[in-house]
Design a protein around this ligand. Structure first.
Ligand code: 3H9
Length: 685
């Protein structure tokens, strides 16, 4: 097998070039190549300096994640990098694209770093539930200081090359198209020096012993909420603390030990699963990868409400012009006003510059006339959730928008096939279910109708990536993937409170699990009057009565909880009494209900619904369901999504837990797939 690493001579500089598409991951063969390359440079007296660079779209983007959990092969990364750093001849990293994780650790082990301005540098291991395990936690603080290293390592967000230069991580910026030449010239220059700084030997950026503890205390105080529940951030912090307080060799031992612990833990398994799940979700099983896409140069949006405006912002921010249509000018004015405010908020929070925000709004035009949408390549409808209204809109769109344009509905429940029948182009119709706030939430459910064409689906999936969404293909069923799985959970939660569990106990169980909120907090946030018949005299359920009492959720200051002016909820005695009254009325005997029972009745039923979705072919794969729940509903990343979590829990445990409550859940349709897999000892992922 030929090596993905080659060497080239440029006068007295040896250039080691990796070519391991797609991202030059540091697999066994690359590590071997780098090690051999450095040895070649050291063995040849004519070589005075070494440059490390990559072909293709990027510098090394990290260790090869597909190797994790498998028996180790070839030289490991730490020993490869130690040899590089120990070189008596200067080693220069030439960086383009993304130097991430192990990739940045390579660069940190070089004596110098040259980068093009568009390059990004970071240690994102924490996002995989890991830490930089090839010296990164020890070397980065030595190069950029502890405070900057904490920021970069604990949050895993890469920085641009210009910032990297400003903080001393990059020694020289090269022109975009002259990286190799600049790095070679720089290496020649450095070869004239007598000695070269080994990062591990540096202490100049490390803080004084008297300041160290305060820096870590302040950092933890400021950020404890952001990292709650995750194991990796705390482990990363411990390693950086070791870098600041121990000799390099001791710090490396701490790093190794912490790395191994994380690597073997369930959280990292879950987060690595999600890394691949997210990328897998973009693939459509029966649509070839090379399907020609439909160019989308202009987008139409029907409806300037919260949803329509949020959806429009995604395209405007990505440089795609939008025409927004409403029935009345006032609605357009209100909608564009909200968008302006949201953009101003983004500028204030430093998410974009004022010029970028202005350029985005300049791409927006508004209209009251369907004829102005004629030249759109994609139109997304975001109007009131009613089949009649949607059919009317789609009929009009079909009449006015050019042939070959894609028509999408943002419906969260309705039958996309029925909507498609309101047009003469059902092949060009599909669902694009955004999540609120649509300019922020990453998830997009792309609903594939019975007649949706492959190129239409592929176009929308590719476009989703362009506007920064994580898209998942769903089939036509009530509530698609995400909302469909919410429904059995809500049903059981509603029953459980009549049976004796308190709403706040059910919410607590979900929050302790790691969800941002439980079913009753969610109901109060959304508003209890969604779908309410609005007749205060017609009281057929607990929810009707709460609405009639004007306890319609956070917006009215009361729902299942009482709310203060800061929308902080506290348990309500009135609601507790009301629930008891309804239990009596319906003849439900109240009893003590354990947290375990709550979990089994709510979270296990979601897994069962996910299994039904899979067996009906409404999701392409179990990992897609995980992506939906993590990106759309705040399922904790460290639990990998409901199907991955169920695998860890054991599918037989899930089935057993559900069967235990069969008498209380006559509505539950057990998934044959779930039972079958449980019986065979199989998993979903
Ligand atoms: C690490 O380094 C640990 C060390 O500290 C310790 C060692 C001891 N490995 O994202 P894309 C695949 S941990 C294997 O769609 P983009 C990816 O699955 C690592 N495969 O492209 C996909 O495959 P497919 C720390 C990888 O342009 C294809 O490449 N590094 C890896 O949107 C294209 O990826 C990271 O966490 C990998 N490391 O984004 C960085 N990376 O086509 C992880 C990618 O079959 N990577 N693939 O679906 C990224 O963030 C993005 O891939 C990147 C490119 C920004 C580089």
């Amino acid at each position: 097998m030929t090596s993905p690493v080659r060497t080239e001579r440029h006068d007295d500089v040896l250039v080691i070039v990796s070519d391991n598409p797609p991202v030059n991951a540091l697999g066994a063969a690359v590590r071997q190549g780098l090690k051999d390359g450095v040895e070649e440079g050291l063995a040849d007296d004519a070589v005075k300096a070494i440059v490390i660079r990559c072909d293709g779209r990027t510098f090394h983007a990290g260790a090869d994640i597909t190797e994790f959990g498998k028996p180790p092969q070839g030289p490991n990364l730490p020993e490869t990098l130690d040899a590089m750093e120990a070189s008596s001849k200067p080693v220069v990293a030439a960086i383009h694209g993304t130097a991430l994780g192990g990739g940045l650790e390579v660069a940190l082990s070089c004596h110098y770093r040259v980068a093009v301005p568009s390059a990004k540098l970071g240690l994102p291991e924490v996002n995989l539930g890991l830490l930089p395990g090839a010296g990164g936690t020890q070397r980065l603080p030595r190069v950029v200081g502890v405070e900057k290293a904490l920021d970069m390592i604990v949050f895993g967000k890469p920085i641009g090359a210009k910032e990297a230069e400003a903080i001393g991580l990059v020694d020289k910026l090269a022109d975009e198209d002259a990286l190799a030449e600049t790095a070679i010239a720089f290496a020649k220059e450095m070869a004239k020096k007598d000695s070269h700084p080994a990062t591990s030997a540096r202490t100049d950026k490390l803080p004084d012993a008297t300041e160290v503890e305060q820096i870590f205390e302040d950092f933890k105080q400021k950020n404890h909420r952001k990292i709650r529940g995750f194991d990796a951030p705390a482990a990363n912090i411990r390693c950086i603390h070791a870098a600041a307080t121990l000799p390099f060799e001791e710090g490396i031992k701490v790093e190794r030990e912490e790395f191994m612990k994380l690597m073997q833990g369930d959280q990292s398994k879950a987060q690595r699963h999600l890394f691949f799940a997210e990328r897998q979700a973009a693939k459509i099983d029966d649509v070839p990868k090379d399907t020609p896409l439909i160019p989308v140069k202009k987008v139409g949006i029907i409806g300037a409400g919260t949803m329509g405006g949020g959806i429009a912002m995604n395209f405007l921010s990505a440089g795609i012009p939008v025409t927004m249509l409403e029935m009345k000018q006032e609605a357009l004015d209100r909608g564009t006003g909200v968008m302006q405010k949201n953009y101003a908020g983004n500028v204030k929070r430093g998410r974009m510059s004022e010029e970028q925000a202005k350029a985005a709004m300049d791409r927006l035009s508004t209209t009251l006339d369907y004829a102005d949408l004629a030249d759109c390549d994609l139109v997304i409808e975001a109007v009131f959730e009613s089949m009649d209204v949607k059919k009317d809109v789609f009929g009009k769109l079909d009449a006015h928008v050019k042939d070959g344009a894609i028509l999408a509905s943002n419906t969260s429940y309705l039958n996309v096939d029925e909507i498609a029948q309101a047009t003469k182009r059902p092949g060009y119709v599909l669902g694009m279910h955004f999540f609120s706030p649509a300019n922020v939430m990453k998830l997009l459910e792309v609903v594939r109708g019975a007649e949706t064409r492959g190129d239409v689906l592929a176009t929308v999936m590719a476009l989703s990536k362009k506007i920064g969404k994580v898209a998942v293909v769903a089939g036509v069923c009530h509530g698609f993937i995400g909302n469909r799985m919410l429904s059995p959970r809500q049903r059981e939660a509603n029953k459980l409170i009549l049976e004796g569990a308190k709403p706040w106990d059910i919410d607590r169980v979900h929050q302790e699990f790691g969800m941002p909120m439980g079913p009753f907090q969610m109901a109060d946030l959304a508003g209890l009057d969604i779908g309410w018949h609005r007749d205060p005299n017609r009281i057929e359920s607990l929810r009707d009565e709460l609405c009639a009492m004007d306890r319609r959720g956070q917006k009215t200051g009361a729902g299942f909880y009482d709310y203060d002016e800061n929308r902080r909820g506290t348990p309500s005695q009135d609601v507790e009494d009301l629930i008891r009254k309804w239990a009596d009325k319906e003849g439900v005997e109240q009893r003590e209900i354990s947290d375990e029972q709550i979990r089994e009745r709510t979270i296990y039923t979601m897994v069962n619904e996910g299994a039904l979705i899979l067996e009906e072919g409404m999701a392409q794969r179990a990992s897609d369901i995980d992506v939906v729940w993590v990106y759309g509903y705040g399922w904790p990343r460290y639990r990998g999504g409901p199907m991955f979590w169920a695998d860890l829990e054991g599918l037989d445990t899930i089935v057993g837990g559900l069967e235990k409550h069969a008498d209380k859940m006559p509505e539950l349709k057990m998934s044959a797939l779930l039972k079958d897999k449980a019986a065979k000892g199989e998993t979903f992922n």
